[in-house]
Design a protein around this ligand. Structure first.
Ligand code: ATP
Ligand code: MG
Length: 255
């Protein structure tokens, strides 16, 4: 049994199919990159893994169970647009992340002190201790995104879902975030699913790169069919450059 098992998932909105026949097995600790044309259902797939949506057909199992509706400690999520709370300081954002994920409500008294200490530990780890009392608006994009990742990580999720987490960042900050994510991953051995539009990023960070695309296409009725996983590349692949792999398989990611 694999850690994450996806069996024959179909997902439609109304009569419109988005995903069809999606099957996947993921081992614990794997880093899965997901690429595909805009609108092909990548975010939808992450929402299914999060159990924010129930698939029209098919099953998803995480460690042998249905994905819990409350992600709790199991899954953390970071979206492209920052999920941090603008009216809270950096430290308060981390505390809120923990209380939110664990559904504890607010912390009081000794519990609050411990939560603040834990938040400071997290801030050290993500390199934001020096701005603990600042508000998110005063931070750079990379710092805000580190905060969002920190917020997701305080619940120590076993699975981290990243939906184009670095898309809004400048190239230098993006590279720094890659290092940061790889360090966290080495420390926690989390299983990661990351959607990206950047193939180079997908191959660099991932163990596997999944391509979502339609295998059936009717020019008169372009909405008639859903996308599926058309390629499942080993990102290491003996060191062959990703451009060569994509070219060999003639993979086009039209926007
Ligand atoms: N709740 C919903 N109700 C109806 N249609 C939806 C819903 N969510 C998504 N869709 C549609 O499903 C399709 C896939 O959307 P999704 O956001 O998963 O694509 P995506 O691959 O993440 O695209 P992008 O790369 O632009 O982020 C889109 O056409 C979208 O309009
Ligand atoms: Mg999306």
């Amino acid at each position: 049994m694999s850690f994450v098992e996806v069996r024959n998932i179909f997902q439609s909105y109304g009569s419109r199919p988005i995903l069809e026949r999606v099957n996947l097995d993921v081992a614990k600790g794997d880093f899965i990159s997901i690429v595909g044309a805009s609108g092909c259902g990548k975010s939808t797939f992450l929402r299914l893994l999060l159990a924010q949506e129930v698939p029209t057909r098919g099953t998803i199992r995480i460690d042998g169970n249905d994905p819990a509706v409350e992600p709790g400690r199991e899954r953390g999520v970071v979206f492209q647009r920052y999920s941090v709370f603008p009216h809270m300081s950096v430290r308060e954002n981390i505390v809120a992340g923990e209380s939110f994920h664990r559904c504890w409500g607010r912390f009081y008294g000794a519990g609050k002190k411990q939560a603040l200490d834990r938040a400071d530990e997290t801030l050290n780890r993500i390199g934001l201790a020096h701005v603990a009392d600042a508000y998110p608006a005063t931070l750079s994009g990379g710092m805000q995104q580190r905060l969002a990742i920190g917020q997701a990580l305080v619940a120590r999720p076993r699975i981290l879902l990243l939906d184009e987490p670095f898309g809004a960042l400048d190239p230098g900050t993006r590279l720094a975030m890659h290092d940061f994510l790889m360090e966290l991953r080495a420390q926690t051995r989390m299983t990661v699913f990351m959607v990206t539009h950047d193939l180079e990023e997908g191959f660099k960070l991932g163990d596997r790169v999944l391509v979502f695309d339609k295998t059936r296409w009717d020019a008169d009725y372009p909405d008639n069919y859903g996308a599926t996983i058309t390629y499942d590349f080993d990102a290491r692949n003996g060191g062959i450059p990703f451009q060569d792999i994509m070219e060999e398989h003639n993979v086009l990611l039209s926007a």
